[in-house]
Ligand binder design. Sequence first.
Ligand SMILES: *Cc1c(COP(=O)(O)O)cnc(C)c1O
Length: 411
Amino acid sequence: MNGLNSKLIHGNIEKTGFDDVFGSMKTPIYQTGAYGFATCEDLEKSFIGQNRLPAYSRSANPTVTELESRLKMLSGARGAICLSSGMAAITNLTFALCQSGDNIITSRFLFGNTLSFFAQTVASFGIEARLVDFADPSSIEKAIDEKTRFIFLESVTNPQMFVADFDAITAIGKKHHVVTVIDNTLLTSYVFDAKAHGFDVEVLSTSKHISGGATSIGGALLFYDTDKYAGYAHLADFYKKFGTDALFFKLRKEVFRNMGSCMSPETAFFQLLGLETLTLRIDKSVDNAVKVAQYLAQHPKVLKTEYPGLPQSPYYKLSQKYFGGKASCMLHFELANRDTCYAFMNKLQMIKRGTNLCDNKSLIIHPESTIFAEFSKEEKERAAINSRMIRLSVGIEDIEDIIADIEQALA
Ligand SMILES: *Cc1c(COP(=O)(O)O)cnc(C)c1O
């Protein structure tokens, strides 16, 4: 069984899936807080990691463990941790890698809450986020110093649709022994292989594609092989014991366990179901997005269409190289002004007004007045957000219906 779809559908047959006494075809929802042990010795072994039995569901739960195991199959990661949300993945990772006085290098183009976390929340703990221009990798190199703990970027930025030159960035991380982190939510490793391009950690909001259609909120951290942790003083104890898995165990045995942002078993069940159809849904939504982008690009009322899968996009070459032509299900376009955008969006009948991405349903939002509403004029400018911009996450409905809805609303 070598194909990705077979693996995502069947999991690791030898170890799981048929453990259940009834031969349940689905991984059961282990809806329990804690687990009983036959002997004190077994319980002790569970606590010191000498057997794989869970003791308490904040630290481990079999349904969640099965999802982690399938995410490893998807990505080729050495380790995986599922969490309560994508933001929980980012916060846990930051607190595992950084101490007060450290800094992070990241892009001015970031998911709104991630930007707010880096620019506001961590600042109050003495951790500095340095926002640089990822279109110019030398600006990353200039911002690195001995207190830099990680470089963080997104595979396609939302809603700007910017694509970085990933190989150049991971090369900088290697040269300076700084951990590189990719938020690969919009694509997943099915489309962009974070491991092959040298990233050390991958972040996913599993609320998006993996949830199978916005069924639940979740997140994941995926860990790739690296020897960089040897140089991270506050990971020294973990490095001595666990070598290249130091960061994974720092989270498992300390930060993740203590922060308590575990995924619920019910969420893991929904997301296991989502993984079974992941590639079908991504392929269909990308196909649809390409057609919608082509339609918008030729429409006289549309001032601008930004989609890295269109040959006229400045990121077309990079998206071909890194994503094999699958430039996500998201795009943005511009109409004359905010009132025109609102009039158009309010006329839509099938496409839903809402904030999510990568759902089965097509979703539309005016970022400037919603996601970026609390940002100052300067902050909006720095994030390249303007009032003409509309973000569309294209779903897997029939393409004729998506285009017909846009057409009647633009008329
Ligand atoms: C949604 C999203 C997040 C946050 O994930 P939640 O599951 O909503 O906490 C982070 N990064 C990107 C790129 C996202 O789209």
